[in-house]
Design a protein around this ligand. Sequence first.
Ligand code: BG6
Length: 515
Amino acid sequence: MRANSNNTEENKALTLMIFGATGDLTHRKLLPALYHLMAEKQLPDETRVIAIGRRDLSEEEYRASVRQSVARHSRSGVDETHLEEFINALSYHQMEFVSDPESYQGFKKRLEKIEKNYTQPAVRLFFLAVAPEFFGVIVSHLKANKLAVRRNPDHRVMIEKPFGSDLASARALNAIISDALDERQVYRIDHYLGKEMIRNILALRFGNSLFEPLWNHNYIDNIQITASETLGVEGRGAYYEQAGILKDMLQNHLLQMLALITMEPPADLMPESIRDEKVKALRALRRYETTGACAEIALGQYVSGLINGESVPGYREEKDVASDSVTPTFIALRANVDNFRWGGVPIYIRAGKRMNKRCTQIVVEFKRLPGINYYPEFKNQPPNLLVIEVQPTEGIHFQINAKRPGNGFVVDQVEMNYAQSSRFQGNVPEAYEQLILEAYRANSSLFTRWDELEQSWQFVESIERNCQPDSHHYPTYSPGSQGPERADLLLKADGRAWHEIELRTENIIKKGSSH
Ligand code: BG6
């Protein structure tokens, strides 16, 4: 059964216009995603892609660069016939989209000419894969030139993150955008919402009778959301100095995961119903309003050291990073969703760069039994765990206690595993494929609505305002570790511990048992 799709959309033609034709995101993610969508016939036959860039490139030069990027970054190799079909549907348009407002009229003529040849009404999908300071300018020009007309649901704009650099700038950007477009024409990207296992959270919660009755403070002890990366800032020091882990990961990806895990069941699966529930969860998220509240937060910065035998620089030694920078590259926190369902259940979040493993996982730890039959000693009782592994491999694991086979009666921890990565090997679309497809289908549930974003900014700003460590005693951690010691102490103070960052699905695949 497909949820959330709007079939009438699927007959429409599509013109996808990418601002930022030569950028990294376009070449690494968008063009390979479009190639796969077209090769798999997910988009209408009448699809045209116009890549818009400021560089003076010929059509042939641009197409040659696209061939290379698709071959390098495609998730499962390239079929020459499909690649040629894709290249034929693609064109390059050179224009000074920031400094020359007049150039939009020339572009409009080209677009209208393309649209005249369609046999069906067309969707205009503008993808802004440019530096964030250009988002507002481009949207204003699209409005002024009637390329995107307010209240026309077929005119849609996809906007990359970051949406603002703080609450005030996000509000200012939103004011420009909402002057040009209706909220339902705006598709704010959080690429985590396009990831398979993140999309699976709602199916798991609301498609099974098993979990939802237990999904509350009566049965759940705590939830742990981890997004650990082994990479450092990878040449993006200048951006990262402004963003830090709070704006780069927490404000968007991590809070979106939290919202999906904690939200109430929506009345239906329509985008607005889902987003209504997500925003309520984010609103219930307790802010860090006092310095005392900051005891629930551990920040840190990686220093130089070895990771997988390779020596790497510390954050303060990275290019474009200040030598006394206080930008955090790690955060662990205890979040509290103050509503009836979650009162008293800590939601621990941690994320960091240069950690020991690349892994995004959500661990739901259920409450322990009273200790009457098995495990009379309460503290030794292994809890039931539900682990949603988002990446690098995808899977769902349920840890239960069962009798070990043989004489005697020993109760052991065992896992029921669903290793999605082995069941659907090679066929799992990348996040951007899903995002582009769903924007074409007008399914905005995979995109962040303005009020969600506003709540997320408020939460993050409460941390920034109140919880800055002293620059001289900035907590650090070694590359290849699980973050600073304070992250462990945070849970220890609550009588708990972090669950291992474990690549469960990968281990199962290696052992050769699929699901
Ligand atoms: C991006 C951040 O939004 O997400 C990066 O800007 C981060 O710093 C990346 O590395 C993580 O995404 P993924 O899909 O690799 O988990």
